[in-house]
Design a protein around this ligand. Structure first.
Ligand code: F6P
Ligand code: MG
Length: 504
């Protein structure tokens, strides 16, 4: 009898579940899921192809969410503690202790796989975007069952929140020391480039116009590869690398580059050259870089951007960085300033010769001059530090989309940007780049987009019509090929730059 006196029907002896026998019905068919999803059914929790999620055991998503991110957070706590131990003023000390405590809470949320809560309002421009996305698509979701890309980005945003709501430590960057440190450990490759580019480059006047163009083309192809492979030194993966291992990854010699072109599995290098030439023929235009990592990669990006300006392929370069510490090694304004200033005034390389140091100084001074003259512009839109992929760039950040649509060519650097371009989902490797990036290729006003990416996570597209077979073979012969950074893609979209965009 229940508390209100009603007698419940007896269940004694009843089967707990009724199981029907369906032996006389036709057998189940092997029906393929309709991928990609139709555009109206695509949303951040339902990408066009199946999402990667942390609960997929044995996946890189799982390894990242369950082990790499806690390790990264642990190192971040160590960094903040080191800073704490250097403080003298009580108010600052107490404020920083609170930040470290919040990092501890984040660690618990991550390791106990708590539900994703809204981000606290710290006045940053990305807050409405974060909390709208959480409210619309991720209520009740946790770190493991939300799509990996969103959950990983969310963790970095929560890490920023630990500091951004404080009084004295709002802009503290727990990865700053590490970022500076890898640049100082990259001396060989740094001077290899500075010794070649300290003086403005000049193609010999003795060459015919055709020969000059060919010399320029070869330079363009080599420097594009320098810019591409500069991405393999990403701190989140290479945290324990020795100097020797970093050197091997950063080798910038010509023979090495010819060999590495074999590892570019989706290779539109020649088409990118045709596109930049076209930009020059229109009196030289604007090229944008959506940056990835600070230190050595940023240095390579700048060498490349310098070449684009000097050769007249572009007249202005816009660089897009992050507003705060992001995916360990991404560039912030502070990292940008640090690089240019350390090149001009720093004492990072005790074993360098005077000539090497002078070459670095000259390069740094020239780059600072570009900034003063407005030929190089550094920007930091809040959208870059949200959980949205770039499929939503035109709808969630229309001002930024409009701004990019005025560019003649937009380079997206690195793995995370590539994941965001492609919605970070299991699209077949043969999927054409234009299809994989959806609205970034198909929306009216979409600029031409180049992705320069060393492959460091699961999503791989743009490998051509044989792409599925290539990927399958690598799966069998080289497990781990998608996270090693040994392979790369250089992919270009057509864009729809001729079409004007209008926003209500
Ligand atoms: O944690 C994994 C990841 O997000 C991968 O995308 C990549 O391996 C790394 O972090 C960031 O790489 P990148 O700096 O090239 O975007
Ligand atoms: Mg990065």
């Amino acid at each position: 009898m229940s508390a209100n006196g009603v007698v419940a029907p007896s269940t004694a002896g009843a089967p707990s579940r009724v199981t029907l026998s369906l032996g006389h019905l036709p057998s189940k068919k092997d029906i393929k899921a309709p991928w990609p999803r139709t555009p109206t059914r695509v949303d951040p929790n339902n990408p066009p192809w199946p999402a990667y999620r942390g609960y997929h055991e044995y996946s890189f998503a799982h390894a990242t969410m369950s082990s790499r991110l806690p390790t990264i957070l642990g190192k971040a706590v160590e960094d903040a503690t080191r800073t704490l131990n250097d403080q003298s003023e009580e108010e600052q000390v107490i404020d920083l202790v609170a930040c470290i405590e919040r990092m501890g809470e984040l660690m618990i949320d991550l390791s106990e796989n708590k539900k994703l809560r809204p981000i606290l309002d710290d006045g940053e421009g990305d807050i409405p975007l974060w909390n709208k996305e959480i409210a619309k698509y991720f209520q009740g979701k946790d770190f493991m069952n939300a799509p990996w890309l969103f959950a990983e980005a969310y963790k970095y945003r929560r890490l920023h929140e630990c500091f951004s709501i404080s009084k004295f430590w709002k802009d503290y960057d727990v990865f700053y020391r590490q970022k500076c440190d890898t640049f100082s450990r990259s001396s060989e490759a740094v001077f290899e480039l500075s010794m070649r580019f300290a003086e403005p480059f000049k193609i010999s006047d003795d060459l015919s116009a055709e020969e000059k163009l060919e010399a320029e083309r070869l330079m363009f192809l080599e420097l594009t590869q320098v810019c591409l492979w500069g991405n393999s030194t990403d701190l989140s993966l290479l945290i324990n690398m020795t100097e020797e291992q970093i050197k091997a990854l950063q080798s910038t010699g010509g023979d090495h580059l010819a060999a590495t072109e074999k590892n570019i599995l989706g290779n539109h290098l020649n088409q990118v050259w045709e596109s930049v030439k076209e930009v020059r023929s229109k009196t030289g235009g604007r090229i944008d870089f959506v940056l990835d990592n600070a230190g050595f990669e940023l240095y390579c990006d700048c060498v490349y951007a310098d070449f684009l300006l000097q050769s007249g392929l572009a007249t202005q370069i816009k660089f897009h960085g992050k507003r705060f510490a992001w995916f360990v090694s991404d560039v912030t304004k502070k990292d940008w300033n640090w690089l240019l200033n350390t090149m001009c005034y720093g004492q990072l390389f005790p074993n360098a010769t005077d000539v090497e140091l002078e070459s670095l100084r000259r390069l740094g001074q020239r780059w600072k001059q570009y900034e003063k003259e407005g030929k190089w512009v550094y920007e930091q839109h809040p959208f870059w530090c949200t959980g949205y992929t770039f499929w939503d760039l035109h709808s969630e950040a229309p001002d930024l989309f409009l701004h990019l649509s005025r560019s003649d060519l937009v380079y997206f650097k690195g793995d995370l940007n590539h994941r965001k371009l492609t919605y970070d989902c299991a699209a077949p490797a043969s999927t054409p780049f234009d299809i994989a990036i959806g609205p970034m290729a198909s929306s009216a006003g979409a600029p031409k987009v180049v992705s320069l990416r060393t492959i460091k996570s699961d999503v791989v597209v743009g490998l051509g019509s044989e792409g599925d077979e290539i990927a399958e073979k690598l799966d069998q012969t080289e497990p781990g090929w998608k996270i090693s950074g040994k392979y790369a893609v250089v992919l270009l979209s057509e864009g729809r730059p001729g079409e004007k965009v209008r926003f209500a």
